[in-house]
Design a protein around this ligand. Sequence first.
Ligand code: PLP
Length: 415
Amino acid sequence: MAGTTISELQEISELQIISESQVKGKYGKFGGQYVPEVLMPALEELEKGYEKYKNDPEFLAELGHYLKDFAGRETPLYFARNLSKKYGTKIYLKREDLVHGGAHKLNNVIGQALLAKYMGKNRLIAETGAGQHGTATAMAGANLGFETVVYMGAKDVKRQQMNAYRMELMGTEVKAVDTGSKTLKDAINEAFRDWVTNIGNTHYLIGSVVGPHPYPMIVRDFQSVIGREVKEQAMEKEGRLPDTIIACAGGGSNAMGIFHSFIGDRKVRLIAVEAGGKALNCTEKAALHSASLCTGEEGILHGARTKVLQDRNGQILESKSISAGLDYSGVGPELASLVESGRVTARYVTDKEALEAFNELSRLEGIIPALESSHALAYLKKAADCGELGDFVVLNLSGRGDKDLETVMGLKKGV
Ligand SMILES: *Cc1c(COP(=O)(O)O)cnc(C)c1O
């Protein structure tokens, strides 16, 4: 995802941004609600709705049903025997690649869609870059009977025709956005605009632990089913907690999802691996990577204060990565705060290293990983070299790689 600056949001409404002292949902110095005032009622309604239903037995029972029978939870904690042998330690993979749709995204989407239903909404909107979040939203929208609209930059619609078609098959209207750079940041603007206009019946379904409060909290809570399962499975299989947990980080939802239950367990090392792209360099207008935790600076992106890739004047830099899901100029504010406090370690690997890991897991275990997850896998080698693995490692396999075959084949042919 590329960035929407607050000034762009202001264009939508030309209303004042609320002052910092009023800002809710802070994680240390990060987080908050840096949005035009016209969006505040919607955020407040969402927060109230979430507080009302998050512990409601009926809501939780229904969510449990969807997670189990629609999404396919719980996912296995798989002992990767051959990978373990290679790195000389016990490596388990949390198989989020087996969730319906092929990634962890549905955990959040089904939760938010159900919440929207309980809140009396009948329409879902979302934005999507590569189309993965849009596809997950289309699945939940179809199943729960919503009118669903997904905004996608016109360029992205062209590049991702299969995903656009998938969404349409499931009854979602894909709206190609022809303004600006015709990519994700323009789609985000359109989604906000739609939300402001249709606040009465519409829920804006955000796909990662980003955006203004309460989104980072809600998405984290719905994704934290991953870590809760890991905790039980680790006790069953090894009789103890892991030494190290590794996850890739784009916006940070699969990382926050697997880390959340372990934050109080200080002995468990938590490592978030970012996309180092070609190298950790920038040109004047764009970064050659997406490593906002490793190299970003404090700024405001999509309604939250967080670590952002930006130039000296605070202009958001476009990000770059071989994997669409990690290609984002910011990162969730809570993850940024956990890195700042030292509880989570931020690392990066390059496109090339991720590709090697993509091939390695396919060959060693018969599992083709998503290019996003391949970043976490690639870090195993570096972690082994610098003694960060310990004797028991859990790695979040956030998704499967079928969607990435064209990209990888194209690279092999030098396209
Ligand atoms: C979208 C996606 C990611 C990146 O998103 P996070 O919010 O950082 O988890 C990672 N892996 C897969 C398979 C994805 O589809």
